[in-house]
Design a protein around this ligand. Structure first.
Ligand code: AHR
Length: 500
């Protein structure tokens, strides 16, 4: 296998919106309770927030975190989660068949996200609720008026508004599993009226119209076309969600799944632009991929747990333990996102702690990094700046369900302030190393600052509290001569080449 890449700083895709490296905390399993919040734990701070978790979140440098769901939000009464803790009502959460104590709520999340250095992406309940509840919540969060909900927030101890800028109009409303699921038209009408009213209250906010739950939904892309017909004028983004799995244990085909992701992104862009044309609108809608990850390892056990042992608090749910090949797919997804940085502005790795997450905790012990922590960390750290439209010529192969799969996927991001350019590259060929050549002559005088790689012969190897079997190492075998970088990309590897 081999690939040639030409990187030139004059050929820009777009400036990468830092919100591309967002994540997600849902009231689900041990994400909140025994995840980010565990009063009494030796690592807990004065607010009950786990310091060890906060450190890892800060290391990932997550600029925005979606909250509080997910499917959870479609039955959420936000009012129950604020005010004096002893008066908060415990509630049943039908999405995950869990008992929500509400001991951690909006105010706590606002405080926690500030400590984490992240903004909030707030999702509202358009499953069991509607326009007026959304307005009350917006007033509570963002307004400094002498009115009921704004005053209530002050009474609850938050003098300054939370100033939440980004709001998701419901979650996966196309999914039959969603509490309060709607048809595209029903959703479109409700979301449009909610959006209109919310912008009347606070015109500084940005709104996300709810798109399809995954590319294989039978209603995709009709859902987008019908709902956007209603919401287009009032919203700024449309959401995409998708999770990937390798239940068939076919690594080669698993790595090819970013082809499906490309098709998903292209179709959503085409549908947005079709509505734009139909409406003679001047506005271009952007994409918020606000749920993505690998998710399949724990599904069977989770279904059994929810069915047979409902109404627990903080059960072990969606605790996928990620292996080496999952980290490679996460890297491939990040490369795909960067290649679409002109329209894909926000993305949330779902999720952040314990629930399909890069960060795990032990209830009676420390926190640790899953394999997928690393490609996300590298992209978040070095993938800020301008995504470059590079020419990449790679050899190809076919996999079980995909044709013409490139062996090497790569993208470059130029950070002008730091005068650095980073090439992210994955060799997804499962049999052969790839000879990789990058023409970086346009960056005269640059040297290789660092070459980090994730490599492993065992696709199924995992990390745990006991130690990290998957972590990056600094690669020293490469050449940079006359502006041509060459290296051997090991089969199934994630590569981060930093020049500056
Ligand atoms: O992230 C887990 C779940 O996946 C979310 O609650 C839901 O939106 C999606 O189906």
């Amino acid at each position: 296998a081999k690939a040639k890449m030409i990187v030139d700083k004059d050929f820009e895709i777009a400036r990468v919106d830092s919100r591309m490296y967002g994540s997600f905390i849902e009231h689900l399993g041990r994400a909140v309770y025994n995840g980010i919040y565990q009063p009494g734990h030796p690592a807990a701070d004065e607010d009950g927030f786990r310091r060890d978790v906060l450190e890892l979140v800060k290391e990932l440098d997550v600029p925005i975190i979606r909250y509080p769901g997910g499917n959870f939000v479609s039955g959420f009464f936000w009012e129950d989660s604020v005010g004096p803790k002893e008066e908060r009502k415990p509630r049943l959460d039908l999405a995950w068949r869990t008992l929500e104590t509400n001991q951690f709520g909006l105010g706590e999340f606002a405080k926690w996200s500030k400590k984490a250095g992240s903004e909030i992406m707030m999702a509202i309940n358009l499953g069991t609720r509607g326009v007026s509840d959304a307005l009350n919540l917006l007033e509570y969060c963002n307004l400094d008026t002498n009115s009921y909900y704004s005053n209530l927030r002050k009474q609850h101890g938050a003098k300054e508004p939370y100033n939440v800028k980004t709001w998701c109009l419901g979650n996966e409303m196309d999914g039959p599993w969603q509490v309060g699921h709607k048809t595209a038209y029903e959703y479109g009408r409700l979301a449009a009226e909610t959006a209109k009213a919310m912008k009347l209250m606070d015109d500084s906010i940005e709104l996300v119209s709810c798109g399809s739950s995954n590319v294989d939904m039978p209603t995709f892309p009709e859902w987008e076309a019908v709902s956007l017909e209603e919401t287009y004028d009032y919203v700024d983004y449309i959401s995409l969600h998708n999770y990937y799995g390798n239940a068939e244990n076919d690594t080669e085909d698993f790595f090819a799944k970013t082809q499906d992701l490309e098709r998903f992104i292209h179709t959503v862009i085409a549908t947005c632009d079709y509505i734009k044309a139909k409406k003679r609108s001047k506005k271009t809608l952007n994409l918020s991929f606000d749920e993505w990850n690998v998710w399949f390892h724990a599904t069977e056990g989770d279904n059994e747990e929810m069915k047979n042992r409902p109404w627990q608090t903080a059960p072990h749910l969606l605790e996928d333990i990620y292996d080496f090949e999952d980290a490679i797919l996460v890297g491939l997804i990040l490369i795909t996102f960067l290649k679409h940085a002109d329209r894909l502005k926000m993305a949330c790795l779902a999720q952040l702690v314990n629930v399909i997450a890069p960060i795990m905790t032990e209830n009676d012990g420390g926190a640790w990094k899953q394999t997928i922590f690393y490609p996300f960390l590298h992209a978040s750290k070095y993938g800020r700046g301008i995504a470059l439209r590079s020419v990449v010529n790679s050899t190809m192969h076919d996999s079980k369900n995909h044709e013409d799969v490139t062996d090497v996927e790569s993208v470059a991001v130029y950070n002008e302030e730091k005068e650095e350019v980073t090439i992210f590259a994955v060799n997804r060929n499962v049999k052969e190393d790839a000879l990789f050549e990058a023409d970086v002559r346009c960056f005269g005088g640059y040297r290789v600052l660092e070459y980090l790689a994730l490599e492993n012969d065992d696709m199924k190897v995992v990390n745990s509290i006991a130690g990290e079997k998957v972590s990056p190492y600094s690669k020293t075998e490469y050449k940079l001569e006359d502006g041509i970088f060459t290296a051997n990309l090991s089969k199934c590897s994630w590569n981060v080449i930093r020049l500056g």
